[in-house]
Design a protein around this ligand. Structure first.
Ligand SMILES: [Fe+2]
Length: 177
């Protein structure tokens, strides 16, 4: 961060990096919650871009079905990106949601750029959704521990959605081709 930007950030935020808000969740908890939401924001934006990558590059006899499925999936993930970012700002935090911020912070593996076949894309996405669903479930517990039922509820909504998306992907592997 440049000196000017740091100064600006100090001006608009308190010592803990949060903006002033009347919300009745202690600032100690909000610092932890905002960090968690920004970590999820990074992974969710990364996952969104990876599903789009699959949508654009998939080939093979099931092209159109998978191309469409991946696009529906990406649209749903993009809604979560917005909800996570806005929960972070609701809690007085600063959302860290540019492509570069997300790429820097995400713990998901990069998407392979040497695959084309439909089932290879399905398998690459299963691997990433399996990781993402586990991370999301951990966040439900952490938000509950912090006493923030609303953030836990947001993660529960996301968890239900991505579990279903994992099923949509895994259904391709659960019967003979
Ligand atoms: Fe498209």
């Amino acid at each position: 961060m440049t000196k000017t930007l740091t100064k600006k950030a100090e001006k608009s935020s308190g010592k803990n990096g949060l903006h002033a808000t009347s919300i009745d969740i202690p600032s100690k908890s909000r610092v932890v919650l905002v960090d968690m939401l920004n970590q999820s924001l990074a992974e969710t934006f990364d996952l969104y871009s990876q599903v789009k990558q699959a949508h654009w590059n998939v080939k093979g006899p099931h092209f159109y079905q998978l191309h469409t499925l991946f696009d529906d999936t990406a649209s749903e993930i993009l809604e979560y990106v917005d909800e996570l970012a806005e929960r972070a700002t609701t809690l007085g935090g600063t959302a860290r949601g540019t492509a570069r911020m997300s790429a820097d912070a995400s713990t998901l593996p990069e998407y392979p750029d040497d695959i084309a076949n439909g089932m290879d894309h399905v398998e690459a996405l299963i691997e990433r959704f399996a990781l993402y669903t586990r991370l999301t479930r951990e966040c439900i517990d952490k938000a509950t521990e912090m006493g923030d039922a609303d953030t836990a509820d947001l993660y529960t909504e996301i968890s239900r959605g991505v579990d279903k998306r994992l099923w949509f992907l895994e259904a391709h592997t659960q019967a003979a081709r």
